[in-house]
Write a protein that binds this ligand. Structure first.
Ligand code: AHR
Length: 498
């Protein structure tokens, strides 16, 4: 079968905001403890952070890391995590029925984040707490000094403000599982007043208001409309969360997850723009897709059935080739909406549904999903172009008819290079892709890298950490303004043209 698409720099969607490649560290399971932090580990630095994990995070290079939750933040007392470690209390975290030892708090996390070359995105607790705790937190992190909270930060060893620019007004506040769950009206008022107070402390911050926890929530759409009607001029972004998994043996539907993400994003854009129109607002509220990934939620019994434990193993999903192809296709969907989706966070970073795995006292390694994420982040910078593949389709029980090939291209205007990202959802047959690049005559050669395997269920494990890695396929060349590449069956592909 053949698929054709055209790359033309005139068909711009929008500039990629590098924060599209963000990640997420929650105090959950072993993401922090024995994930990024393990003082006794052979590679630990002077602060107790693992060197091997930090090295993999640097390779992944997320420009932004959301923290400290997630559901965790809705019961969190941030003050517990600052000051001398020996004085910090151990607390019962009700989100994950875990003991939070508070060995890591915002000072350590922020320093670590900057050490790995990233920026923190901080969430405030709007579950059990509210305006005062949030405004104090911004004073602690961002105010230079001469006040109670900023001076406490200085006494705790950070003379200069942390300067945290991006803040989440709570987490998944529409979810009945959330500690301090609220109705849309309750949350909207609290978010509005908290936003005002936080901005009075530091007018330069950007704010993300909670959208729905997922698109199947019964209040999806009306929640966003109510919350945005109250907060439109006070916030910059509305959040989206979505997790995908294969149900039964319906792999065809799972591979269509990107189509579902497209529809979800477009619905939220429609609601934002409805509120903008109805309220006669000038500015545009953009989207922060600050939790997305493949997550086999069916395999997780849920927090209510957990025995209380310290740093337990929670949702340590092991990802396959298929999962990596789906992650690659979700990145394509995010890129396709680069004009409105400015922030996105792959949830999470280490161990907990993560691209990086680590064992206590043991090694750290890359999961299959690490690869499409790292490569898209590295090469998907520039202007996204509309490529409109002419592709055969297939029928799915979940998303109806979907194209076999999904693709997007990013034009790096300075160097002139173009990177095409494409997935072949055909589980059995390779596909020939004809790329028309007549409007970019300087492009002559290209490199084709793909992630695929004869065993689509293959995974990377502690004992075989590089079982699944991207393969460099034959170089591609222009002939009469066209480049032809063969996309292997069930594959994620990156074709870099220069
Ligand atoms: O990432 C795991 C959990 O998923 C987060 O804590 C929560 O926000 C979401 O439901």
């Amino acid at each position: 079968q053949h698929v054709a698409l055209t790359i033309d720099p005139a068909f711009r969607i929008g500039e990629v905001d590098p924060r599209l490649y963000g990640s997420f560290v929650e105090h959950m399971g072993r993401c922090v403890y024995t994930g990024i932090y393990e003082p006794g580990h052979a590679t630990a630095d002077g602060e107790g952070f693992r060197g091997d994990v930090a090295e993999l995070v640097r390779e992944l290079d997320p420009p932004l890391i959301r923290y400290p939750g997630g559901n965790f933040v809705s019961g969190y007392t941030w003050e517990d995590g600052v000051g001398p470690r020996e004085k910090r209390p151990a607390r019962l975290d009700l989100a994950w029925r875990s003991v939070e030892t508070n060995e890591v708090g915002l000072d350590e996390f922020t320093k670590w984040t900057r050490k790995v070359g990233s920026e923190p995105m901080m969430a405030v607790n709007l579950g059990t707490r509210g305006i005062e705790a949030a405004q104090n937190l911004v004073e602690y992190t961002n105010h230079p000094g001469g006040t109670y909270w900023s001076d406490l930060r200085r006494r705790n060893g950070t003379a200069e403000p942390h300067g945290i620019k991006l803040w989440c007004l709570g987490n998944e506040m529409d979810g009945p599982w959330q500690i301090g769950h609220k109705t849309a009206e309750e949350y909207a008022r609290l978010a509005a007043e908290t936003a005002k107070a936080m901005r009075r402390v530091d007018p330069s911050i950007e704010l993300v208001v909670c959208g729905s926890s997922h698109q199947r929530m019964p209040t999806f759409g009306t929640w966003e409309a109510t919350v945005l009607s109250e907060t439109y001029d006070l916030v910059d972004y509305v959040s989206l969360h979505s997790y995908y998994e294969q149900r039964g043996d319906d792999r065809g539907s799972f591979l269509a997850s990107g189509t579902n993400m497209d529809r979800f994003i477009e619905s939220v854009i429609a609601t934002c723009d409805h509120v903008r129109g109805a309220g006669q607002h000038k500015k545009r509220v953009n989207l922060a897709f600050d939790e997305w990934n493949v997550w086999y939620q069916k395999r997780f019994a849920g927090p209510d059935n957990l025995d209380v434990a310290t740093h337990p193993r929670l949702i340590e999903d092991e990802y396959s080739v298929v999962d990596a192809v789906v992650v690659g296709s979700l990145l394509i969907s995010l890129l396709r909406h680069a004009d409105r989706v400015k922030i996105a966070c792959l949830a999470q970073l280490v161990n907990v549904i993560a691209p990086i795995r680590s064992e206590p006292d043991g090694p750290a390694w890359r999961q299959t999903t690490f690869h499409p994420y790292a490569l898209t982040s590295r090469h998907g910078r520039g202007v996204v172009l509309r490529v409109e593949p002419i592709s055969p389709t297939y029928e799915t029980s979940w998303m109806g008819e979907v194209p076999v090939v999904d693709a997007t291209a990013v034009h790096h205007e300075e160097s002139g290079a173009v990177t095409l990202f494409a997935v072949n959802r055909d589980q059995h047959e390779p596909l020939t892709l004809d790329i028309d690049i007549r409007s970019l005559p300087s492009l002559a050669i290209g490199e084709h890298v793909a992630l695929f395997d004869e065993d689509p269920d293959a995974t990377n494990t502690r004992d075989n950490p590089d079982r699944v890695t991207p393969t460099r396929l034959a170089d591609v060349k222009t002939a009469d303004g066209t480049i032809t590449a063969v996309l292997p069956a069930l594959s994620w592909n990156m074709i870099r043209l220069r």
